[in-house]
Design a protein around this ligand. Structure first.
Ligand code: ZN
Length: 245
């Protein structure tokens, strides 16, 4: 347990900012029990991504790839958003100028009630026709189809290894981050481009930049303030007004 989280956190008044962007990564979801992909004990320590998470694998063995992703969804069915997700959703409801840019594909922000969510890496809750791109929305505990009405295989609408990010999604993220005056990065190591450039972009445009990370990370000069602690504790402390009903 981390000691005294929240004791020296200066609360933020959302009304002081024009646009607030939460930029979230794996650490945000891990607090909800979502298995992480990278790192020790992560999914990529157990599975070979070359067999389950790239276009080539899908072409070679679509059933195996789909099964892997169905299992990911099954694991998510038991995960609930935590207090940090709830604070972000509540802020959006009270102040229209709040958005989320996330590297996560689990849909937990939406489950918490967030509406303005830009998913850089797509969503496990969508399938896309591998032939003509039709999108299918999935819901938990519902058996997902494997083929499109046109007969082609449906692939998860996520970014696999070797896939390019959707330029339109990157554009939307870049615009909103470049235009925000408060950026709060949560649980993201942001080492992968273009996400790695987002904090710098916000900073260059004059935004106040805050970092929340459950684990101690290298001090980064990009951020004006860094909080080490779980997002489920730090976010309610930062925005106490957003935690009241
Ligand atoms: Zn189709």
């Amino acid at each position: 347990m981390l000691p005294l989280i929240g004791m020296n956190i200066q609360p933020i008044s959302p009304a002081d900012y024009r646009t607030i962007v939460f930029f979230t990564g794996a650490g945000m979801s891990a607090e909800s029990g979502v298995p992480t992909y990278r790192g020790r004990g992560g999914i990529w320590a157990k599975y070979n991504w070359e067999e389950v998470a790239c276009e080539e694998a899908f072409r070679r063995n679509p059933e195996k790839v789909l099964e892997f992703h169905a299992l990911r969804r099954q694991q998510l069915a038991d995960c609930r958003p935590h207090r940090g997700h709830a604070v972000i959703a509540s802020l959006e409801e009270r102040h229209a100028h709040v958005a989320v840019v996330t590297q996560n594909i689990d849909g937990l922000h939406q489950l918490a009630g967030s509406r303005r969510v830009i998913e850089l890496h797509g969503s496990l809750w969508r399938l896309r026709c591998s032939r003509e791109g039709t999108i299918y929305h999935l819901s938990p505990r519902e058996k997902s189809p494997v083929r499109c009405q046109c007969g082609a295989w449906l692939r998860p609408d996520i970014i696999w290894f070797g896939d390019c990010l959707d330029p339109e999604v990157v554009q939307r993220a870049t615009e909103i981050i470049g235009g925000c005056d408060l950026l709060i990065a949560v649980g993201t190591s942001a080492v992968v481009w273009p996400a790695a450039g987002f904090p710098q972009l916000a900073r260059d445009q004059g935004a106040h930049c805050i970092k929340i990370n459950p684990e101690a990370t290298e001090m980064s000069s990009l951020y004006h303030v860094s909080h080490q602690g779980p997002a489920g504790e730090v976010l309610p402390a930062l925005f106490p007004a957003a935690t009241t009903a």
